[in-house]
Structures are given as structure tokens and as C-alpha cells.
Design a protein around this ligand. Structure first.
Ligand code: PLP
Length: 404
């Protein structure tokens, strides 16, 4: 079966480890000897609840999540959280400042790519507060239009007392990511948090969750991610929420905050142990198997080292291609994503030729997002170093054939 599989460099849903898929097929037939498949067994059964609790502690251990934060599981993906974050954080702010009007309530959005832009649009659409764009990285790009950089820290204009500060750690479409290197000008300006550590900092980690440790995790109020890039199939959303951000949204509504749909309230999820309604059992199961496997392989340290090497290999060959006039990187140095490498192939029809050649060699999912075009190589956890080597070998051949 494995021999027929291609190398899937797609941006999500994306590749999963073969060993996990094979184990999951067994679980579909008979989950942990219960005689029922995972998609058939009750989510209230002791077997499933134990599985869920193991998944939670696996995330807690591997990411070193402190006891100040809850780990919650829900549905609705990253887009669902674009709305849920706003509703829960505005409810919290209303409870803290019942006298403030919507005009006096500010939500700070750091816009560094297509997804954070979309999140800010949803906040505007929901109302209940003003959106302050802390920075829009397009203003710092080479052509004034592209999301191709992380702006310098002195360009960030935070509000005095925002209801929350929002950013997207890895912009999947644009291939832009905050650097984790200490002292890098492209790192997130965490030092602003020193002013008031309780201003909730919210991060969308959808496409970089569990690919390496999360810097300053404890300083975040909310970290969320859809499972479908690094750890499982679509349908599962993971939230890491600081306790003070789990608020009584109904009490806030009585003070004038917008009502929060019950399944979007973090308090509902927390009080019910993420089982208020039927959870996405199959994605939870597969994510659990992936996390067990990750733990066995050495957890975040192992993945950080491997993912660093994978990204370096691809960026190195990209540089060779640039020197030869065959490739053109779309992202400025320092802000380049480890998970999604985006570039252009120079010349008429060259991109199609590159994609066709890759497909002939069993590599798929390399076409850039429809909104920006070009090539995108997604290097999520399930992509092995050998698979990256295969891509690099092909890219090098392509450079030799087409180079000046
Ligand atoms: N945020 C980021 C960084 C993403 O990459 C995506 C999807 O690819 C989303 C949010 C939206 O997630 P979903 O499709 O799960 O709603």
C-alpha cells in the first residue's frame, strides 16, 4: 500500500505518518479491544475519555504547558476561532470594564499575512469594538503590496489597553513566520508585554503547532490551532487558554456584551472537559496516535532539530536557484517560514514545467495558494528528511537544466 503513495507537500490537509495511518485502520475496526471501531464507540465511554485525557497530557508535556492554562478541544477550525476569540475576549473585557463603550474597546491585530488579515476582518465584522491594526507588513514590503516580511519592532503600534493582542505565528499562504531566534529583528516583540502581563496575547498557531517549542508560551492568553497540518486530520481544533480568559459569557451579556453561541464559549468547553457536545472522535484518535509517536521520537526537541534541517535544505537549494536565475524567493530573509517555503519559478511556463516534473517523480501538492500563485513546499512534521532530500535533488536537477 505504502509503495503507491506520493510525497504530499500540500499545505493542509497534509501528509500523516504511514505508521499512524496503518494503526488507525485497525482502530477503525476495533478501538483498544472494545470490539467497536473508534468512529462507533461512545465519546462518553471510559476508553475514549482515557484516550482524550492522554492526548491532553501529551500536549501538556511536549509543549510544557503550565497549570495556569487549560487545554481544550473543539471544532470549527482556525476560522471558527477568528470569531470565538473575539466573542470570548470582548466578554472578558466587558466584565472587567462594564462602563466602556464599543468605541472605547480596542482589539489589536498584527497583520503579517493573509490569515491575520482575515482574522482582523472577522473582528471588524462582529463589531463590539474597534480594530487597531498594530502593523500591516505590506507597508514594509519591497513593492508595498506583498506580505513578504516581519516589520521592525519599532513599527508596531499597540494600543494603551486593548481587549487583546492578536497575531498569526506562521502565515501559511505567504510563507512568512516570526523568527524564534533570540534577538532576531523578525521575532515577535514580546517585550511590549512587560507593560501589563495580563493583556491577553492571542496567537494563531494553525500551521506551526507542535513543529518546535512555542516561545514564551506562558505569556500567551490563547494559542489555537487546527490539527490538519502537523498533527492530524481536519475537524479538530486545539486551544490552550489561560484560566482568566475562561469567563462567564452570559454574565458579560447581561452587561451588554454580545451573546456567545454556547459551543463557542471557552467556559462551556472547559466545564464539560471538551465534551459538551459530540467531539470529532476520529481526528482526536489520529491526533492521539501522532502525538504518542512524537513523544517516542523525542518530542519537541527532536522535531525542532529535524524541521530546522529540513527548512535549511530547501532554502539552500532555493538560494542556488536564485543565483542561477531559475527561482525567486518571495519572502525576505529572516521572516522565512520553516513550514511553508514559497517561491517563484522564473520564466514563461517554467512553473508548470517544474510542477509537472515534480509530479512525474511522485511529488504533489507543490502549487502555491490560489490567491498568490507560485510554488509552496510545505514541510510539516510528517514530511521526512529523505523526502526533503528527494525534492532538493529534483530542484537541483531543474536548476542545472535551466540555469544560465
Ligand atoms: N490560520 C492559518 C494560519 C491557516 O493556515 C488556516 C488554514 O489553512 C486557518 C487559519 C483557517 O483554518 P481552517 O481552515 O481550519 O478554518
Amino acid at each position: 500500500m505504502a509503495a503507491e503513495r506520493v510525497i504530499n507537500f500540500g499545505a493542509g490537509p497534509s501528509a500523516l505518518p504511514i505508521s499512524v495511518l496503518e494503526e488507525a485502520t485497525q482502530g477503525l475496526l476495533n478501538f483498544q479491544g472494545t470490539g467497536m471501531g473508534i468512529a462507533e464507540i461512545s465519546h462518553r465511554s471510559k476508553e475514549f475519555q482515557a484516550f482524550l485525557s492522554n492526548l491532553e497530557s501529551n500536549i501538556r508535556t511536549q509543549l510544557d504547558v503550565p497549570p495556569t492554562h487549560r487545554i481544550l478541544f473543539t471544532q470549527g477550525g482556525g476560522s471558527g476561532q477568528f470569531s470565538a476569540v473575539v466573542l470570548n475576549m470582548l466578554a472578558r473585557y466587558r466584565l472587567l470594564h462594564p462602563e466602556r463603550t464599543a468605541e472605547e474597546t480596542v482589539m489589536d491585530y498584527v497583520v503579517t499575512g493573509s490569515w491575520s488579515k482575515k482574522a482582523a476582518e472577522e473582528a471588524r465584522r462582529l463589531g463590539g469594538g474597534r480594530v487597531n491594526v498594530v502593523v500591516d507588513s505590506r507597508a514594509h514590503s519591497k513593492d508595498g503590496k506583498a506580505f513578504d516580511n516581519i516589520p521592525p519592532h519599532d513599527a508596531f503600534r499597540f494600543s494603551e489597553d486593548p481587549a487583546f493582542i492578536y497575531y498569526c505565528e506562521n502565515e501559511t499562504v505567504d510563507g512568512v513566520e516570526f523568527s524564534h531566534e533570540a534577538g532576531s529583528p523578525a521575532s515577535f516583540p514580546f517585550d511590549i508585554l512587560k507593560r501589563d502581563t495580563l493583556v491577553p496575547l492571542v496567537a494563531d498557531y494553525s500551521s506551526s503547532f507542535m513543529c518546535r517549542p512555542i516561545p514564551r508560551l506562558a505569556d500567551h492568553a490563547i494559542i489555537y490551532a487546527g490539527a490538519q497540518k502537523n498533527i492530524g486530520p481536519a475537524g479538530l481544533t486545539i486551544l490552550i487558554v489561560r484560566q482568566d480568559c475562561i469567563v462567564d459569557v452570559d454574565a458579560a451579556a447581561k452587561l451588554g456584551a454580545a451573546p456567545v453561541p454556547i459551543t463557542m464559549s471557552y467556559k462551556t468547553l472547559a466545564d464539560a472537559g471538551s465534551l459538551y457536545h459530540t467531539p470529532s472522535v476520529l481526528p482526536i484518535y489520529i491526533a492521539g496516535l501522532v502525538l504518542d509517536r512524537m513523544q517516542k521520537h523525542g518530542g519537541m526537541k527532536h522535531y525542532e532539530e529535524t524541521n530546522r534541517r529540513k527548512a535549511l535544505k530547501v532554502y539552500d537549494v532555493l538560494k542556488e536557484g536564485e543565483v542561477a536565475g531559475v527561482f525567486r524567493s518571495k519572502v525576505q530573509e529572516g521572516a522565512r517560514s520553516w513550514m511553508n517555503v514559497v517561491f517563484e519559478v522564473v520564466g514563461a511556463d517554467a512553473e508548470k514545467e517544474f510542477l509537472d516534473g515534480a509530479e512525474k517523480r511522485g511529488m504533489k501538492g507543490l502549487k502555491g495558494h490560489r490567491s498568490v500563485g507560485g510554488i509552496r513546499v510545505s514541510l510539516y512534521n510528517a514530511i521526512t528528511e529523505q523526502e526533503v532530500d528527494k525534492f532538493v535533488e529534483y530542484a537541483r536537477e531543474f536548476i542545472t537544466e535551466r540555469g544560465a
